[in-house]
Ligand binder design. Structure first.
Ligand code: DC
Length: 218
């Protein structure tokens, strides 16, 4: 067991996972790792190289060659700053298919585990408490009503200058939930020993405080 602490935060998208994890890491003075950004970076590269989703072998070969660096708030892919483009709607629509590939997951999970060898980390994703760090000291599973999740996602897109209809976002979220929870490889599910946090009626500060207090009691 490593001398460093791991806080795993899992749940579907739009539950406020990333923002909560980022602020929590700052408060704990731990490193924040957005594992979803790594799957998005691979997907961005797949699209850029015009590899069809069905060409699994080609996607695996490509994934092996990629240098993905998470540095502060930035995501670097082979040295290119892809922080914004990995959030666009095309990447978002294709990331579930790419992240369902077993070998892609193996490559990225190995990278994710490396971070905990030299740092205490807060990592958010879908399988952090179940697969990446089953021995994590702290595990949280965030849930939230779908309408609230869609509204939050819509605001995220707006912040990037993209206006997307709410119905489209709800459809996209449902589809992504379906693929993420039903896939064979590391499906999205709550670890038996994770604490469930319903964020529907919480603002970000409340989410952070709620989780922080479970780690550092008053
Ligand atoms: O958290 P996010 O929306 O940025 O994640 C993007 C996609 O990556 C999500 O649809 C599922 C996938 N993902 C995953 O399979 N495993 C993780 N640990 C993190 C994300």
């Amino acid at each position: 067991m490593s001398e460093f602490t791991v806080v795993a935060i899992d749940g579907p998208s739009g539950t406020g996972k990333s923002t909560t994890a980022k602020l929590l890491a700052k408060r704990l003075n731990y490193l924040y790792i957005d594992s979803g950004a790594m799957y998005r970076a691979v997907t961005y590269s797949v699209l850029k190289n015009k590899i069809p989703a069905a060409e699994t072998e080609k996607i695996i070969e490509l994934a092996k060659t990629l240098d993905i660096v998470l540095q502060d708030e930035q995501v670097l892919l082979n040295g290119e700053d892809v922080t914004s483009p990995i959030r666009n709607i095309d990447v978002t629509a294709n990331v579930s298919a790419v992240s369902a590939i077993k070998e892609v997951r193996e490559i990225l999970v190995a990278k994710q585990r490396e971070y905990s060898l030299t740092n205490s980390v807060v990592m958010d994703g879908r399988d952090i408490g179940t697969v990446v760090f089953p021995e994590a000291q702290y595990k949280f599973f965030l849930v939230c009503d779908i309408k609230t999740r869609a509204a939050r996602r819509q605001q995220d897109f707006r912040d990037l200058g993209q206006e997307i209809a709410i119905d489209r976002i709800v459809k996209e979220l449902r589809k992504r939930d379906e693929v993420d929870t039903k896939r064979e490889e590391s499906p999205l599910r709550k670890a038996d020993d994770a604490i469930e946090v319903d964020t529907t009626n919480m603002i970000i500060e409340e989410q952070v405080e709620c989780i922080y207090r479970k780690i550092v009691p008053k």
